[in-house]
Design a protein around this ligand. Structure first.
Ligand SMILES: Nc1ncnc2c1ncn2[C@@H]1O[C@H](COP(=O)(O)OP(=O)(O)OP(=O)(O)O)[C@@H](O)[C@H]1O
Length: 219
């Protein structure tokens, strides 16, 4: 049976505002799960809570029914691409690849032209190149589950197609949860979709649900 990442019982509040409550999501290996939601609906917060970098008093994150606690990445269970840059600005790309235990050939396979970039510091790369390289790094990490916050944003269309190809290959051995406002790309990439609204997750059965939840005017 494929491994399954599952979470619920997550409560997140900022002051008097409840951001997350009534969350349930399941991500089996072999699947890409898309999360959509209006600005400020809590998508990034949810991924941080699941990864463990944002601590909350109540949370239940499980793999195959076993509760996870602490720093998941060290256990090579979950890898996370934050909405902000992943690689520190002064870190050379090849050092980041070593840290994430990713062979450079996984980058060069898609971008042979990137060989000279490997010795550059992250801040010396263009934003779009940095984003797709970071996303590919996470997808080739040893973790079984990958959380990707806006992997398509800032990436040019021909490279989005490359990333969709990498995602399709990666899901054969991983479970992937991603969120992005490039919703057409999310719709064409994800096997299952959720929309986050009023702090809760709703499974999207029909793309028209996105209109009903005020995420798009029309499809
Ligand atoms: N550290 C914080 N302190 C107070 N409020 C916060 C903090 N971080 C996030 N928020 C608020 O929590 C809400 C959810 O933020 P989050 O970034 O998770 O939303 P999002 O769905 O990812 O938004 P976007 O689509 O704009 O990226 C927002 O209203 C945001 O202002």
């Amino acid at each position: 049976m494929n491994d399954i990442l599952e979470f619920d019982g997550i409560e997140l509040q900022y002051g008097a505002r409840t951001i997350l409550s009534g969350i349930y999501m399941k991500c089996p290996v072999g699947n890409i799960i898309g999360i959509l939601g209006r600005n400020g609906s809590g998508k990034s917060s949810l991924l941080k809570v699941v990864f463990g970098s944002l601590r909350v008093p109540v949370r239940s994150v499980r793999v195959n029914g076993q509760y996870l606690a602490g720093d998941y990445m060290k256990k090579r269970i979950i890898a996370y691409l934050p909405q902000e840059d992943l690689i520190p600005p002064n870190m050379p790309l090849q050092r980041a690849l070593r840290l994430f235990d990713v062979d450079k050939r996984h980058i060069l396979e898609y971008f042979p032209e990137a060989e000279p970039f490997l010795s550059l510091r992250s801040r010396e790369l263009s934003g779009g190149y940095r984003r797709i390289i970071e996303a590919i790094m996470i997808l080739h990490s040893k973790a079984t589950f990958c959380l990707l916050d806006e992997p398509f944003t800032g990436v040019m269309p021909v490279h989005i197609e490359v990333l969709q190809h990498v995602l399709a290959q990666a899901k054969e051995r991983k479970g992937i949860i991603l969120t992005d406002h490039l919703y057409r790309q999310v719709l064409s990439t994800a096997d299952h979709l959720y929309i986050l609204s009023d702090g809760r997750t709703f499974a999207v059965k029909d793309p028209e649900d996105l209109v009903a939840r005020g995420y798009v005017h029309a499809l």
